[in-house]
Design a protein around this ligand. Structure first.
Ligand SMILES: *Cc1c(COP(=O)(O)O)cnc(C)c1O
Length: 288
C-alpha cells in the first residue's frame, strides 16, 4: 500500500512573457499520480496510512469542508485499501460532486455546525468512544507524517533555483522546504487563505529552526475558495497554451502569484523555477 516510490513528469512551460525576462519555468505534474488521490494528497496520506495499518487501525476519521480534496482522496484510499472512513464535514448539509464521490466510496458523512467543527478532538472522542480501531486524521491530512511524504516530491528533482507550491495547511510546503534545503533550492509558498500569517508557525513546527522558506501572503485573491473575475480567463488561457488544467482554489493562485512576481523582477535573471502541480482538479468542476 502506497509503498512504491513515485516519479512524476516535469513539463517545461515556454511562455514568452516569462522566458524573455530570463526565467525558466517548469511544472511537476503531481496531479498525474492518481485521478482521485491527487497530487499532494497521495504524498500526504502515504505514511499516515502505512502507520494506520501497522497500528491495526481499521477506521479512518477525518475532517474537511464540503469541497475538500483531502476527503475525496481519503474516501478513495479507504475503499481501495480496506479502511472504513468517516468525515466530519463543516457546515450545513449540502450535496455536491465532491461529497457525492466520497459517498460512492462508502465514506460516512457527518455534517456539523461551524461551532462544533472547531473542536475536532471532541468530535472524534465522542464518536470513537472506547474503540481502539479508529484513527483521527487532522483536517487536510496535515501533520508530521504527511510532511515526510511531501519531502519525496523532490526526490527526483535536480537543478532548480526555486520550487513553488500553493499553501493551505502548509504541510506540503514544510516537506518541500526540508527537501529543498538539502538541494540548495529556495522553497516558496503561496498562501490561498487571507490573513493567515500564523501558518508560518505551523510550518516551523513541522520543520526545524534551520529550515528556511519564503511565504507570499498577497495572492489569496479574496480568501479561501474565493477568487476574482480574472481567475477563469487565466485558467482558460493557461490550459489552452500548455494543456495543463489548474484549479481555482490552489494551483491557479500559485501560478498567478509566480506570474506577477516574475513580472515584478522578484526572481533573478537565470532563475529556474519548478512549480508543483498539487492536483485538485475535481474542484474546478464546481466552477465550470
Ligand atoms: C490540499 C491542497 C493544497 C494544500 O496543501 P497543504 O499541505 O494543506 O498546504 C494545495 N493544492 C491542492 C490542489 C490541494 O488539494
Amino acid at each position: 500500500m502506497f509503498s512504491q516510490t513515485i516519479e512524476t513528469p516535469i513539463q517545461v512551460i515556454d511562455w514568452l512573457a516569462w522566458t524573455k525576462l530570463g526565467v525558466q519555468v517548469s511544472i511537476k505534474r503531481e496531479d498525474t499520480i492518481h485521478p482521485f488521490i491527487s497530487g499532494n494528497k497521495w504524498r500526504k496520506l502515504k505514511y499516515v496510512l502505512q502507520e494506520a495499518r501497522v497500528n491495526n487501525k481499521t477506521h479512518l476519521v477525518s475532517f474537511g469542508g464540503a469541497y475538500s480534496n483531502h476527503l475525496v482522496a481519503l474516501a478513495n484510499a479507504g475503499a481501495q485499501y480496506g479502511f472504513k472512513t468517516t468525515a466530519f464535514v463543516r457546515g450545513e448539509e449540502v450535496h455536491n460532486h465532491m461529497l457525492g464521490l466520497c459517498k460512492c466510496w462508502g465514506m460516512e458523512l457527518i455534517f456539523v455546525s461551524r461551532d462544533a467543527y472547531r473542536n475536532k478532538q471532541k468530535l472524534f472522542d465522542d464518536y470513537s468512544g472506547t474503540s481502539k480501531q479508529m484513527l483521527m486524521i487532522d483536517e487536510g491530512g496535515r501533520g508530521a507524517s504527511a510532511a515526510k511524504g511531501c519531502e519525496e516530491i523532490l526526490d527526483d528533482v535536480e537543478g532548480y533555483t526555486h520550487v513553488c507550491c500553493a499553501v493551505g495547511t502548509g504541510t506540503t510546503l514544510a516537506g518541500l522546504a526540508i527537501a529543498a534545503q538539502r538541494k540548495n533550492i529556495i522553497a516558496e509558498g503561496f498562501c490561498v487563505l487571507k490573513g493567515a500569517e500564523e501558518i508560518e508557525d505551523d510550518i516551523r513546527v513541522l520543520t526545524n529552526k534551520h529550515t528556511s522558506f519564503v511565504m507570499h501572503h498577497q495572492f489569496h485573491f479574496g480568501g479561501y475558495a474565493k477568487s476574482d473575475e480574472a481567475m477563469m480567463p487565466f485558467i482558460q488561457t493557461f490550459a489552452k497554451e500548455t494543456g495543463i488544467l489548474l484549479d481555482q482554489v490552489y494551483t491557479a493562485k500559485m501560478v498567478r502569484g509566480v506570474d506577477e512576481l516574475i513580472k515584478q523582477g522578484h526572481y533573478p535573471y537565470g532563475s529556474k523555477i519548478l512549480l508543483i502541480h498539487t492536483g485538485g482538479l475535481l474542484g474546478l468542476l464546481s466552477m465550470i
